[in-house]
Design a protein around this ligand. Structure first.
Ligand code: PRP
Length: 175
């Protein structure tokens, strides 16, 4: 059996502070508007729950479920949507909320999907921007933290569906 060790990379306090900053920026940028915030399940649910409670403009929330990783820490590269959004986004200002941007394949798939429905605007907010393994050029509009290669868990992020419940973000080593 694999031996997993983990160390905190972003504490609960550090995350909370950054979420407040992101929420303030988003509130300023969208002042006077109403936005639709779409979270990508499962990973984004914790971040999104914290973020929407700090944003000071009215928002509607929805979720899609997309998965790209197989079991373990390697991406299969194939994106599958198992739950679509339920809100009409035509002519609306959309903010996608995601836990981590890695190869970018999940986000590319979803952005292409949403663009076909003609939103007025489409922006991306990611908590973690992992630049090294990018396969498609994607730039998020709002980034919590930029990180190097490594496997991250906690605050919604999983390893084999474990650790999503941890309040801090950890990098794990698998031996
Ligand atoms: C993770 C993460 C992103 C995606 C990022 O989701 O939540 O959605 O991978 O990787 P990419 O940029 O290489 O596409 P995952 O497929 O593990 O599903 P989950 O959100 O249910 O954990």
């Amino acid at each position: 059996m694999d031996k997993i060790s983990k160390e905190i990379i972003f504490s609960k306090e550090t995350i909370q502070k950054r979420v407040l900053e992101l929420a303030a920026q988003i509130s300023e940028d969208y002042a006077g508007k109403e936005i639709i915030i779409i979270g990508i399940l499962k990973g984004a649910f914790v971040f999104m729950a914290d973020l929407i409670r700090e944003i000071s403009i009215p928002c509607i929330v929805d979720f899609a479920r997309l998965a790209s990783y197989g079991a373990g820490s390697d991406s299969s590269g194939k994106v599958v949507m198992t739950k679509d959004i339920e809100t009409s986004i035509k002519g609306r200002d959309i903010l996608i909320v995601e836990d981590i941007l890695d190869t970018g394949l999940t986000m590319q798939y979803f952005v292409d999907w949403l663009k076909e429905r003609n939103p007025k605007s489409l922006k991306i907010c990611v908590l973690l921007n992992k630049r090294k393994r990018r396969k498609v050029s994607f730039k998020a509009d709002y980034v919590g933290f930029t990180i190097d290669d490594g496997f991250f868990v906690g605050y919604g992020l999983d390893f084999n569906e474990m650790y999503r419940f941890l309040p801090d973000i950890y990098v794990i080593n698998i031996n």
